[in-house]
Design a protein around this ligand. Structure first.
Ligand SMILES: [Zn+2]
Length: 169
């Protein structure tokens, strides 16, 4: 079964924030990754899917995190998440306009597209000492309240994710 690896990378504009990462860290097996996929066989786009590291599907002796049957051509596709190379997105990434790697998706018969920020995230403010605050990016933005943060309101705007095909090694 042929596979292609894609790296999910993220970028955002941030203010008064040191870093952001999935709640529980970049390798948290409880983090849900929401995205759509294109069938490699017929090109049909799936609806939104969700993959979790903790959710395991066995197929022909291998373990995957998501199995999907194309609604159009009935071809089965598989996705395996490969943790270990992700990092938090930091103020330095934002300043230098560098995307941060989050997770690697090994895909069989499917091409991931349209990552959707969902699931739980955590921001670390750049106050001293820093505060860790749960954040939700479903709307694409997060802005702390003046009541909680005074004049140093943390904000995340224009958060984006993209899948980049990795070169075969
Ligand atoms: Zn198909």
């Amino acid at each position: 079964m042929k596979s292609t690896k894609f790296e999910l990378e993220i970028f955002a504009d941030m203010k008064n924030i040191k870093s952001l990462a999935p709640n529980g860290g970049v390798n948290n097996d409880d983090m849900g990754y929401f995205f759509k996929m294109r069938c490699e066989n017929c090109g049909d786009m799936t609806g939104e899917q969700c993959a979790y590291l903790k959710e395991m599907v066995k197929y022909k002796g291998k373990i995957f995190n998501l199995k999907l049957k194309c609604k159009f051509c009935s071809r089965e596709g598989f996705v395996r998440l490969i943790p270990g190379s992700g990092t938090a997105f930091t103020a330095l990434h934002a300043e230098r306009k560098v995307w941060a790697p989050l997770m690697v998706f090994e895909c069989h018969g499917l091409v991931p597209e349209e990552y959707n920020f969902n699931g739980g995230w955590m921001i670390e403010t750049d106050e001293k000492p820093p505060r860790f605050v749960e954040a939700n990016f479903v709307s694409g933005n997060f802005v702390g309240s003046a009541e909680d943060f005074g004049s140093c309101i943390p904000s995340v705007t224009k958060i984006e994710g993209r899948f980049v095909q990795m070169k075969d090694k």
